[in-house]
Ligand binder design. Sequence first.
Ligand SMILES: O[C@H]1[C@H](O)[C@@H](O)[C@H](O)[C@@H](O)[C@H]1O
Ligand SMILES: [Fe+2]
Length: 335
Amino acid sequence: MPQQNGKVIRNHEGHLLELMDEDVQSVNAFKTRIMLSREDDSSTSEHVVKKQKRHGAENDNCTVDKTPVDQNTIPVSEDEFRQYHQAKSRVREFYREQHEKQTMAFNLQARVNFKTKSRARMTIWEALCKLSMLIDDSDPDTELSQIDHALQTAEAIRADGKPRWMQLVGLIHDLGKILYFFDSEGQWDVVGDTFPIGCQFADEIIFQEFFKGNPDDSHPIYSSKLGIYEDNCGLNSVMISWGHDEYMYYIAKSQSTLNEKALAMIRYHSFYPWHREGAYRYLMNKKDYEMLSEVQAFNRYDLYSKNLTKYDLKELQPYYLDLIDEFFPKKHIDF
Ligand SMILES: O[C@H]1[C@H](O)[C@@H](O)[C@H](O)[C@@H](O)[C@H]1O
Ligand SMILES: [Fe+2]
């Protein structure tokens, strides 16, 4: 049974405690690094804003949305994807808001919120069905709902004969976007490309100019090249902007048997400035180089599978239910 509004601290949940412990430690580590930099960060902002939902089909039960799609907006060749300079205003406005609001203060608080609350308990399939109600404002390449995108990605990986764990990654890589229906302040803290917090916003980030409105961009430490980090400290020690990738990574890490490549694909698939544009190499360690090629291999399916195909959910359900069972030992997942 999904629990909406889970503001309850569920201390009896073993995995939640584990997660909290791990992340309280990492949040503390970030705080320590900030304190060590002796900067007075008084930028606590008001996070309560009105949510504007951009819904797809008005249904919560996984029926197929038959809404016609504007054919002219769909990219056909690889170089037609991610053309942000000609993107619609909804995409520009999305990034203006995201870049202004993804601050260190927000990110620390988002992690504390995540670790100290439980939002809902449901099956992976039930969660996937929720994605039929979300269209991603940040994405210039699809107007379909996120359930269509999940199936397109998974089916492309499957059609290419890739391993079953990777097919599952295709299916659930964006599942964290259900965060939008729980704790989020809008889409800006759920979707979109991601980037490190606590150091310079690299030029390779799309719409870099919108960081002008982010207080961290004029912070003496956070705006420096290394910020609070050390050379080659490894991405695992870097705080990446909060959203569906981080959220789903924690869920999959604690409640699935997916391997480290799968977890890296989930965690970094939106980190385009890194995996596509080559930024932030100075934060990487040896392990990150191994994972980089995995994330890039996954990205091909994530990005280039976006087309007009709407798969028949009922037809695919038995196959994917088996796949989910293989890697998620518990039927009901704490989201
Ligand atoms: O991984 C993708 C990618 O970063 C897209 O650019 C973004 O629009 C989506 O929200 C996200 O899921
Ligand atoms: Fe994504």
